[in-house]
Every structure is written in structure tokens, then in C-alpha cells.
Ligand binder design. Structure first.
Ligand SMILES: [Zn+2]
Length: 278
């Protein structure tokens, strides 16, 4: 082991000790969200390690009267780290803030129209991710994750998929490829395949809307995913980790792409590629 990696390992151990959270908090968080059930013991301890390092690196802040607890931080950290379980936290580098509101978040928007007139308005959102800036989340929405009423709704995974996408700047819907994990992926072919999945999904949503947008014929995936390739990547990542069968049913060509990117197969429960936990 080189001196550099020895120092890195020492620093990591120190952070893990300093920011360790109690077993009871961890067990409660794992039990709360059914999509963690598929993880084996090695994956659970890797997730706990990542969540601890995530809490060490990020600055959590409660807003709108929310009293931030360890439970809330760990619940967010664990879900944020699920997509990078077989990748690493470098995908969340370059920013630090996680702002958690108790209930809905009201965001002030400003748009300038074609005549140069500036319009300001308030928009109610469940979460938001800004390039180079913080992630904003509504705890009320975070807590809905994994519930029977909204099994595929996961605002944390959604916003953190945007963060992964934003590692290279603005969100485009094509995530960055890391040489040590994605060497086998042909970036151009992958981007083209993603774009074609998006177009097919958007066309299907368009046909559904033209036919009257009836609830009973609604796609299994939130039609909001058709609004932009970046939303497609975020929404489909959300569903991939929480109701993977829906991704396979609705956009079968996308499922293996997400398996290859995240190096996880939530349906098979088997690691993809060399399967090594790094
Ligand atoms: Zn989004």
C-alpha cells in the first residue's frame, strides 16, 4: 500500500469513527424502506459506511421549522447512497448542502419572457437539486418513500440522480462515466440508447394523452419523466431502485443500461460486472 493510500485509509477510518451513528438508528432506517430488503449483509455494511461518510461530508440544515434529527439525516444519507453503492461518493463531489424542510418547499422563481418582462412566482416543490449547489428536500415527501400509496416515489433518489447527472455541469440526462467503474461502457452508444428510450417513452405518453389520458391506461412510470431527458434519467433511476419491475415492463431496453451504469441489478439481486464492492 502506498503512503498516499495509507493516509487515505487512515483518514477514512477516522471519519467513520467520528461520524458513526447508533445501530438502532441504522436498523430503524433499513426497516422503514422496503427497497433495502434485497441487500445482503455485505451490501448493508457498505451502505452504512457510505452513509456515514456522506454525513461526514455534507452539511445538513433544517428549514421551515424542521428540527433535524440523526434519524432524518441517516434516512436521507442511506437513500442517497443506494445509487452509488457499487460506485463511490465521488459522484456527489463539489457541493455540501442538504437542506431539509418539514413539509412542502416553496421556491421563488423568476422568468424573463420574450418581451424582456420579468415574472416572479412561487412554485411548490418536493425537492430540488442545483448544479454545484445544495439539494433541497421536503421531509414530508422523503417520508412517503416506500409507502404502500406511493411505492415508486422517491424524492431522495430522484434529486441525487440529478446530482450525479450534474457532476459534469447542467443536467442533460446522460450521467458521467467514471473510468474505474464504467470502462466497459461505450459512452456514445450508451447516450444514444438512453435518448432512444426517452423518445419511445415520450411518444407513448403523447399517445396516452391524445387518447384522453385516462387514469386506468396511465403508464406505470410517472409521465413527468417525458418532460425532459434529465427528468427521464431521474424518474427512471427512482423507479429502478424502488420498483425495478416497472422499468423492465415500461422501457425494457433501459433496464440493462441502468444495471450497467449503477452496477446493480435490483431484480436479480446480483452484482453486475465484476461485482466487487469498491
Ligand atoms: Zn427532477
Amino acid at each position: 500500500m502506498s503512503l498516499f493510500s495509507r493516509v487515505a485509509a487512515w483518514r477514512r477510518d477516522r471519519l467513520l469513527r467520528r461520524h458513526a451513528f447508533p445501530d438502532s438508528v441504522w436498523e430503524d432506517v433499513l426497516a422503514q424502506y422496503p427497497f433495502f430488503d434485497r441487500l445482503d449483509d455485505a451490501e448493508r455494511s457498505r451502505l452504512r459506511e457510505l452513509a456515514t461518510l456522506f454525513c461526514a461530508d455534507k452539511e445538513f440544515a433544517g428549514a421551515g421549522g424542521l428540527a433535524l434529527t440523526r434519524q432524518i439525516q441517516v434516512a436521507i444519507a442511506a437513500q442517497a447512497c443506494l445509487p452509488v453503492l457499487r460506485l463511490d461518493l465521488s459522484l456527489y463531489a463539489g457541493w455540501h448542502g442538504v437542506v431539509v424542510y418539514g413539509s412542502e418547499v416553496v421556491a421563488r422563481r423568476t422568468v424573463t419572457d420574450d418581451d424582456g418582462v420579468v415574472h416572479e412566482f412561487d412554485e411548490v416543490i418536493s425537492g430540488e437539486a442545483m448544479p454545484g449547489g445544495p439539494v433541497v428536500l421536503s421531509w414530508e415527501d422523503v417520508a412517503m418513500a416506500g409507502s404502500a400509496q406511493a411505492p415508486a416515489y422517491n424524492v431522495v433518489i430522484h434529486e441525487f440522480a440529478h446530482k450525479i447527472d450534474m457532476l459534469k455541469g447542467e443536467a442533460t440526462g446522460v450521467p458521467p462515466f467514471l473510468p474505474r467503474f464504467h470502462a466497459a461502457i461505450d459512452a456514445r452508444g450508451f447516450a444514444a440508447a438512453l435518448a432512444s428510450c426517452f423518445e419511445q417513452f415520450a411518444a407513448a405518453v403523447g399517445r396516452w394523452e391524445d387518447a384522453g389520458a385516462r387514469e386506468r391506461d396511465a403508464p406505470r412510470i410517472d409521465p413527468y419523466a417525458a418532460s425532459h431527458p434529465a427528468e427521464f434519467f431521474a424518474v427512471l433511476s427512482e423507479v429502478f431502485f424502488t420498483r425495478p419491475a416497472d422499468v423492465l415492463a415500461e422501457t425494457p431496453a433501459l433496464y440493462p443500461l441502468l444495471c450497467a451504469y449503477y452496477r446493480q441489478d435490483p431484480l436479480g439481486g446480483r452484482p453486475v460486472g465484476d461485482g466487487e464492492l469498491r
